[in-house]
Design a binder for this molecule. Sequence first.
Ligand code: AHR
Length: 667
Amino acid sequence: MKQFIQLIAFFLAFECIAQKQEPTFKVNVSQVESEVSPTMWGIFFEDINMGADGGIYAELVKNRSFEFFKPLMGWKITSPNTLQGFYLGSEITIVNQPEKASTNPRYLHVNLKNPNPQSLGISNEGFRGMGIKKGLRYDFSVFYRQKTAHTVLVIELVSSNGQVIGQTKISPNDTSNEWQKLETSFTANETDAKAKLNIWFEGNGEIDLDMISLFPSDTWKGRKEGLRADMVQMLADMKPGFIRFPGGCIVEGHDLSVRYQWKKTLGPIENRKLIVNRWNYEMAHRLAPDYFQTFGLGFMEYFQLAEDIGAEPLPILNCGMACQFNSGELAPLNQLEPYIQDALDLIEFANGDSTTFLGKVRINLGHPKPFNLKMLGVGNENWGTQYIERLEIFKEKLQAIYPNIKLVCSTGPLPNGPLFDYLNPTLRKMEVGFVDEHFYSRPEWFFANAKRYDSYDKKTKTKVFAGEYASQSVGMVSPENKNNWLTALSEAAFMTGMERNAGVVQMASYAPLFAHIDGWQWTPNLIWVDNLKSMATPNYHVQKIYSNYKGTHTVSMLYKDKQISAGQDSLFASAVIDKNSQELILKIVNQSKDKRQISIQIEGLSKLPKAADLIKLENENLEALNTLERPNEIQAIESTITLSGKNVDLAIGGYSFTTIRLKTNAK
Ligand code: AHR
């Protein structure tokens, strides 16, 4: 009996060793499955959550042209002639003069009668305050007109505790009574995230003012009146393959009158007609009555941004349909012409040479080289037969002239259900370039759907663009959603499935991109900012790793049951090689809380290198978050492991996302 027990114990121990030795994964480097599109991982920019105005567009003055619904929103008049906060005087008035410029008809009229210094002025609160940095130069500008020159403007930056932290004085001297731009600069002597701008009027006489503006000088690439450098840098660091812009629902508009019209976003800033932002009133629980689109970030700036960060531009245009969550207003089929012309014109604007009218417009705006536009989105989240009817007309007209432009078309707002089930096959039958799938679901959905694309036909002409996706910790549009580690981990797991199916999915982007901590409507978001800083969420780190290490080709990576790895034993994995850097890149997600010992057998290499580079994202707390105060709770940690033996053996943490990079050319 004793001998029998010993024998059993021996066999169990042997079995254990044998199991231990069985590799967890088998990777075959020479079994290339598909190319990874250079556009695989990108970004989606929409002016939501104060992403553009109040965000990346560095203008600090809110309602600089007095064109908001309430012309003095964001401004306060300081005068001895006030009662309970109401201005009762007549020295400062708002004039609406459409013949001045139909795009910017309102201005401020100031009629001075020797006021004492600092007795009459206006004050701008900025977008939830103004972020001001000590030692930085600030560029102030204003449009004015006057008949006599007796007015002095004292410009002051005032900190949240009432200290003047920068000031200058200007004396407008043109008396032609024509509009002039006056510019001046000064340096701030303190840092404050919630400063405001005062303008005091001194002297005697009348003056009209418009486009009162203040920009920091440390913009992206130092461009005058440009973009916030820290926010653009976050995008550049992702090395995105494409940038989808400008939306999202703002492309469609609540009704067609407030749809996004790209031509109105070009040229001198004072002529770009401001419109309300749909996110001003869309979220009843997060109303933003001061949210408008100034188009300081217009189509020229979007194209320039794409070029700067090395991303293919992917503009989305309105297809003659307003947002179907709102009015659903339609342009009749026989009146689609202006919408289609907008699309044709956009291609000419982006790609035309100097012999074309719109190519010349671009050249005159300072960009002689074409932007090389290759893709165009027709509609955002549109659905139903009304969408297909319009799309068919667009497609026919666009492809007759530009057969090589790939059309990106909507499969509606959900990744399954009747809207999707109608649109997906219909669009594929139409052989459009890309179907644009959107999914905002709970983390469980993302883990469970890591296999989503394994059943898609790889040979079809139409490819998938996962244009908007984000794991929702509570549920879609819940204001309680957090960018916690669980959401990022579930996206990382889902993305192994997209990467494995790079022959099917050729573009993907998280949504939304930016949110201002005091001005958001939607959560979760990839990057959170305040007036001075920007912060990477765990989700950002996941996106950045996939994009920075996207490789050039997928290769086979099987779990020990010889299947693709999509959740067995809580593991998810995918593998790519990079033929340029000669690397094998493996991504592994561990959904369980337990640490795992992993062994990866690699076939197709003459020799394993002596070391591999690791990038780890992990946290034992699935609720863990980064915040603007503690931005590095979850961050990517890089290290190197030495390799010995035939396999890559390593321990991976519980709730972890590990990326392993090893050279494929070791000798
Ligand atoms: O990303 C936020 C919104 O979600 C987008 O504007 C829209 O396309 C989707 O419904």
